[in-house]
Design a protein around this ligand. Structure first.
Ligand code: XLS
Ligand code: NI
Ligand code: NI
Length: 437
């Protein structure tokens, strides 16, 4: 046991003061027709939880993630598997997400890295079979190694492009081996620093081709899940091609990839793009592409991907409102989040997940109440009611002509002002639902 002092985390209810208990996440509680566990397929992100030790640009690691083994060895890779499965079991988390290089130390020769990956995934598979824990999605890390300084699909080097293809191929095989529901492309370095050295069209075509090859290969080896793009506007590159959901969806449609791909929306990426988290969820949902969520939050005072654990109940509520209205996710809620650097103990790892899982459970409860309350939905329906009949209905049917509408307007005189937006009233309804009862 790697966390001997921590028992299985139990639901104790909102009045509990036990730091190692859930206050809102009650897995079997039924909300809007499904259990919380069904609504909220939570996943542990291998990289932040088992690998990252809190180093930043100015300082070394503060948290010890050796789990009793020497780092950089296969023994350490296995110790991380042991730690991860014990951690997930103690929290009742049913899924994990991984990059290839999160689960083994990368060797100089990809053939050796792949051998290590085979070995570790055999071990992971054993643990999965023992515990019933599943893989939500896999991905290839094509941004850390210096060879990817100019991107993977977008690189100027054909050799590096091939190396990226080899990593995607292997990561897909591993995802299939572990029964993963999805495969993610996060284009960390698929972008540019300056147009003085960059051919954007050329790079985008190459990225699309890499994705097409991945789809063809994935389908050929039995991957039936969704491919995801995880949009992010910047960091590490100044400008990243998958800027936001709208941009990524446009890209997928242009290159004919939209049938195989959906979005993996990360809260902190949406806010970096100048949107709310809810905005990118809505854009994905209305395009039929809301696949999965990287559950974290940013800091409005800081301009980077701080990857904090979800804490803001307005945010989780509006997220769950979108998810409920979309009829749920095909993917899940991956905590792509890390402890703050000074929170470096084992207890902090558990506190962080308890915070995040409780924040989403509470968001789910409140979102279900907003929908049940009905005042907001009713207001929205009423707000567009001028399209229910007459000329409005004709516009909606797509049969109106510009001449016809112009003739209608010319006979009408000045139109009345549109009805009040009532934003403050609607916001007070949200507070009413959140804080009363
Ligand atoms: C980084 C991304 C990354 C992806 C997986 O900002 O969120 O962690 O989720 O490559
Ligand atoms: Ni992410
Ligand atoms: Ni991120």
């Amino acid at each position: 046991m790697l966390f001997p002092n921590i028992d299985k985390i139990q639901y104790e209810g909102p009045n509990s003061k036990n730091p190692l208990a859930f206050k809102f996440y009650n897995p079997d509680q039924v909300v809007a027709g499904k259990t919380m566990k069904e609504h909220l397929p939570f996943a542990m992100a291998w990289w932040h939880n088992l690998c990252a030790g809190g180093s930043d640009m100015f300082g070394r690691e503060t948290a010890d993630k050796s789990f009793g083994a020497e780092k950089g060895t296969m023994e350490h890779a296995k110790a991380k598997v042991d730690a991860g499965f014990e951690f997930m079991q103690k929290l009742g988390i049913e899924y994990f997400c991984f990059h290839d290089v999160d689960i083994v130390p990368e060797a100089d020769d990809i053939k050796e890295t792949n051998r290590r990956l085979d070995e570790i995934t055999d071990y992971i598979l054993e643990k999965m079979n023992q515990t019933g824990i599943k893989c939500l999605w896999g991905t290839a890390n094509m941004f850390s190694n210096p060879r990817f300084m100019n991107g993977a699909g977008s690189t100027n080097s054909a050799d590096v492009y091939c190396f990226a293809a080899a990593q995607v191929k292997k990561a897909l095989e591993l995802t299939v081996k572990l029964g993963g529901k999805g495969y993610v492309f996060w284009g960390g370095r698929e972008g540019y620093e300056t147009l003085l050295n960059t051919d954007v069209k050329f790079e985008q075509e190459n990225i699309a081709n890499l994705m097409k090859m991945a789809v063809a290969y994935g389908r050929s080896i039995g991957f039936t899940g969704d491919f995801y793009i995880e949009p992010k506007p910047k960091e590490p590159m100044k400008h990243q091609y998958d800027f936001d959901a709208a941009t990524a969806i446009g890209f997928l449609r242009y290159y004919g990839l939209d049938k195989d791909f959906k979005m993996n929306i990360e809260a902190n990426h949406a806010t970096l793009a100048g949107h709310t988290f809810q905005h990118d969820l809505r854009i994905s949902a209305i395009n039929g592409m809301l696949g999965s969520i990287d559950a974290n939050q940013g800091d409005y005072l800081l301009g980077w991907d701080t990857d904090e654990f979800p804490f803001d109940i307005y945010e989780t509520t509006m997220c769950m409102y979108e998810v409920l209205k979309a009829g749920g996710l095909t993917g899940g809620f991956n905590f792509d989040a890390k402890n703050r650097r000074p929170s470096y103990t084992v207890e902090d790892m558990f506190h962080a997940y308890i915070l995040g899982m409780d924040a989403f459970a509470l968001g789910l409860l409140k979102a279900a109440k907003i929908i049940e309350d009905g005042r907001i939905e009713e207001f929205i329906a009423e707000r567009y009611s001028s399209y229910n009949s007459g000329i409005g209905a004709k516009i909606r049917s797509g049969e109106a002509t510009l001449e016809e509408l112009a003739a209608y307007a010319e006979n009408m005189g000045a139109p009345a002002l549109p009805g009040s937006g009532r934003q403050e009233y609607l916001e007070s309804i949200v507070n009413n639902v959140l804080f009363c009862g």
